[in-house]
Design a protein around this ligand. Sequence first.
Ligand SMILES: Cc1cc2nc3c(=O)[nH]c(=O)nc-3n(C[C@H](O)[C@H](O)[C@H](O)COP(=O)(O)OP(=O)(O)OC[C@H]3O[C@@H](n4cnc5c(N)ncnc54)[C@H](O)[C@@H]3O)c2cc1C
Length: 346
Amino acid sequence: MDTKTDIIIVGAGPVGLFTVFEAGLLGLECVLIDNLDKVGGQCSELYPGKPIYDIPGVPFQTAQEHVDALLEQIKPFNYQTYLNERVDSLEEINDDEVSSWKVTTSEGKVFVAKSLFIAAGAGSFEPRRPPNIEDPDKFLDKGIEYAVKDKDKYKNKNVIIFGGGDSALDWTVELADITKSLKLIHRRDAFRGVPNTEAQMRELVETGKVDLKTPFVIEKLIFDKQITGVTIKNFETKNLESLKCDEILFLFGLNKKLGPIVDWNLDLANKKISVDAEKFQTSRKGIFAVGDISDYPGKLDLILCGFHETTLAVQEAYRRSNPGKKVPFAYTTSNTKLQRKLKISE
Ligand SMILES: Cc1cc2nc3c(=O)[nH]c(=O)nc-3n(C[C@H](O)[C@H](O)[C@H](O)COP(=O)(O)OP(=O)(O)OC[C@H]3O[C@@H](n4cnc5c(N)ncnc54)[C@H](O)[C@@H]3O)c2cc1C
């Protein structure tokens, strides 16, 4: 069944999250959709531990702390989050004075709203596929994944993780306790992750909970109907080794792609979506582009610019959901409902 809401937000980065706040202040409901397995966009995916210094009034915050604070800030409002789903297709529905937008996700879910906010940053992050393996996607859900969607899937299984960044290290540490056996395979004995997580991984290797194999690269997959193992090649000696397993996680990081958005018949410029600098509306009425994905004269790819853009765009979304009504304006300092919900006393 179609899910109806006021605003569909494509992208749960900082700007998508803040859209929920601004919409909530006006009583609008939102659906947030992201193709990653977590919210936070670039902040959580690319630089969670790095400090941000230019959020007004917040002298210092790591990128992940910033995302956590945004999540806290939107707690009082009505919104639903759908992760691991890419928004693929778009259709206009002209059955009312104000038209609606219907989107369908990669998982086949359908959402309908008067306003569509594209807060897609640099586009959808797509997992990097293993090199030299032909069409690895045909084994998706048959022993291969590019992200951990459900931890329980790996309980009591023989699991192999490939990769050398944050994600590979994080999941090695996280899954070590529940798997039957866990191997971490990387092409060199140096990792690009947070030093503390690398230290935890090495401790697990010491205690025998993780088998670390370096310097190895993947040579080929071994399969029947399902993956049953993998052959790896020693990067230095070129010797081959075959390993049995039930599940493989390829955690090689992500590529950024504009993705399906290019087919949505929107005016584009510089691989971004052109908008006006008043409502941040695209060339199609009711579709707004906010945050890094938007392009207009003077645009800067900064979080605070995205916050400004979406605040103004939400005003127009209100008019679309409530035709003929004046957009209410009130300072949050006098919003007693919000204070009650956040349990803040004056
Ligand atoms: C290393 C680094 C340091 C930075 N430091 C700062 C700083 O100090 N201060 C600052 O202001 N900015 C900084 N930035 C920039 C800042 O991170 C971006 O401006 C900000 O993340 C943009 O937010 P956004 O919500 O527009 O997009 P993003 O954070 O890019 O999030 C977009 C989300 O949309 C999702 N998405 C895209 N297409 C689809 C689709 N079709 N379906 C579903 N989901 C989709 C993506 O998966 C992604 O999660 C930094 C960036 C980097 C890389």
